[in-house]
Design a protein around this ligand. Structure first.
Ligand code: AMP
Ligand code: ZN
Length: 501
């Protein structure tokens, strides 16, 4: 098996991955801030982490590794509207706007996030680490580093980035100013990049979430959470830390600084820092913009499902792009990804029907090509191409192709071993008919055609169309109808699909 090479943001180089302790491979993923729904851009970050975890687990046997442990945190306190130290706490603000308690808001959006995780076939992490469950440990951590690395300001306890070696190396490797242009000044800070470890509540301020600390009542800083929870569950140092590319500029450099302060050494706390690029939206006049929660309108997985897109269609769309490339979200792109998934499903069903068939070759070469693609910094676009070639290779017995498919499912998570055409046919929220009614209308239509009553047959077809059902006579993929709204989108290919007039 070729060595697993991963692009390490610390060095801006591809590096061969070797775990610190082969018996226990450890990965930490920065999780969602649960003040709102996750959008499909956020879910790209978790699909990427899932691909990494699946790849590590698939290699574990051949590499002689033991368990692969994965921690994802849930941020339910501390994340301000700016990634640095300005603005309101996102959770406090969302709760006030909704007239609900923060705990309600957090529970609601955590549940929604976990539902999306399941629908996308993302393997649950070994540990979900919830920030508010670890406040005591955060205070302990802050106390341990405060004497040598922190100072007090009216706003709380601040971290002095001048006290650790090479602060901001991770960010500087990527941009001229290491992200500092995004940091808001706070009066009294020693360096622009200094950040709050603990934010003390003002005398007249009442926050829903606050705790007593040596620095007064208040709440932990967001960066502190991840240092504390990764150390708590994975030890220090651990192997791989993942997150979206925005975290490379502020959040992760700050985690690294805290980790260095805590161990009193130069070690950044994780050997590999991996970052997925953004899902972007094409904006009016060209140019692209990161899909973001704060921009108000964004696309959720549920809104895809409501339009008849199976969640695995979105997974396919993400796999078609390398995780370090920007991916543009478009309905046309999503429809194409879904069609590709349907074709794969169709091919697999064909193999199942011919499972007893013979073939001279075995699938070993295709297994090697899968391993090679994934070893090349998780090259999922190539893995998909290899998968299609493998399924179509008639020199290999159908049964052997199906057996090899399990390896692809394990890594790509497309669930092709069990996915059916019926399951992919998601009923849009606005579809006017249920599946039994469709079947009845289609039976009537077949009778009309058998009786060469084409006027009646066409009328039935039209009435189905009006209800959002496309009848697909002679469809090479073997679908006699489909319900997805994308099939109905016409005109502007980037407009969200809707019922055509
Ligand atoms: P948040 O809930 O804002 O803390 O974000 C959760 C994860 O989603 C983080 O790893 C972010 O870096 C990542 N993320 C946010 N927006 C995008 C996007 N448009 N594309 C890809 N990843 C994103
Ligand atoms: Zn984090």
């Amino acid at each position: 098996m070729p060595p697993l090479v991963l692009f390490n943001s610390l060095s801006r180089q591809p590096e061969a991955f070797r775990p610190i302790d082969p018996a226990d491979v450890r990965v930490y993923t920065c999780g969602p801030t649960v003040y709102n729904d996750q959008h499909v851009g956020n879910m790209r970050a978790f699909l990427f982490a899932d691909t990494l975890i699946r790849t590590l687990r698939a290699r574990a046997g051949a590499e002689g590794w033991g368990q692969v442990r994965h921690v994802i945190n849930i941020t339910d306190v501390g994340h301000l509207t700016s990634d640095a130290d300005a603005g309101d706490d996102k959770m406090e603000r969302a709760a006030a706007a909704a007239g609900r308690s923060i705990w309600d808001v957090a529970a609601h959006y955590t549940a929604g996030f976990k539902r999306d995780v399941a629908r996308l076939g993302i393997v649950e992490p070994t540990v979900w680490a919830v920030a508010t469950d670890h406040i005591g440990e955060m205070i302990d951590f802050a106390q341990a580093i405060a004497p040598a690395h922190c100072y007090r300001l009216p706003g709380g306890l601040y971290f002095d980035v001048g006290t650790v070696p090479d602060y901001g190396r991770l960010a500087r490797a990527g941009s001229e100013d290491g992200g500092e242009s995004r940091i808001d000044p706070v009066a009294g800070k020693r360096h622009l990049a200094d950040f709050a470890i603990w934010r003390s509540s003002a005398a007249d301020e009442h926050r829903q979430m606050e705790w007593d600390s040596p620095w007064g009542r208040g709440a932990p800083g967001w960066h502190l959470e991840c240092s504390v929870m990764s150390r708590r569950y994975l030890g220090s140092p651990f192997d791989i830390h993942t997150g979206g590319i925005d975290h490379r500029e502020i959040h992760h450099p700050n985690e690294i600084a805290q980790n260095q302060a805590r161990c009193d050494c130069a070690d950044p706390g994780a050997t590999f820092w991996l970052h997925n690029n953004f899902l972007v939206e094409r904006q009016g006049t060209g140019g692209s913009g990161k899909m973001s929660k704060s921009s108000g309108a964004f696309t959720t997985l549920q809104s895809l499902v409501d339009r008849g897109i199976h969640p695995l269609g979105y997974r396919m769309m993400c796999l078609q792009a390398h995780y370090r490339s920007e991916l543009e979200f478009s309905w046309a792109g999503l429809a194409a990804a879904l069609t590709r998934l349907r074709r794969l499903t169709h091919a697999v069903e064909g193999l199942r029907a011919r499972a007893e068939g013979k073939g001279a070759a075995d699938a070993g070469a295709y297994r090697e090509q899968l391993d090679a693609a994934m070893a090349d910094d998780l090259n999922t676009p190539r893995a998909l191409t290899v998968l299609e070639a493998m399924l179509a290779d008639k020199t290999i017995a159908p049964g052997a192709r199906l057996a090899a498919l399990a390896d692809y499912d394990a890594v790509l998570g497309l669930d092709l071993m069990t996915l059916t055409r019926e399951a992919l046919r998601v009923r849009p929220a606005d579809a006017g008919m249920d599946e039994r009614a469709i079947a009845e209308r289609l039976a009537e239509r077949r009778e009309a055609r058998a009786a060469t009553d084409f006027a009646r047959s066409d009328a039935i077809r039209e009435s189905l169309h009006a209800a959002g059902v496309e009848v697909m006579d002679g469809d090479p993929l073997g679908w006699d109808w489909r319900l997805d709204a994308v099939a109905r989108s016409d005109g502007d290919e980037n407009a969200p699909p809707g019922r055509s007039a």
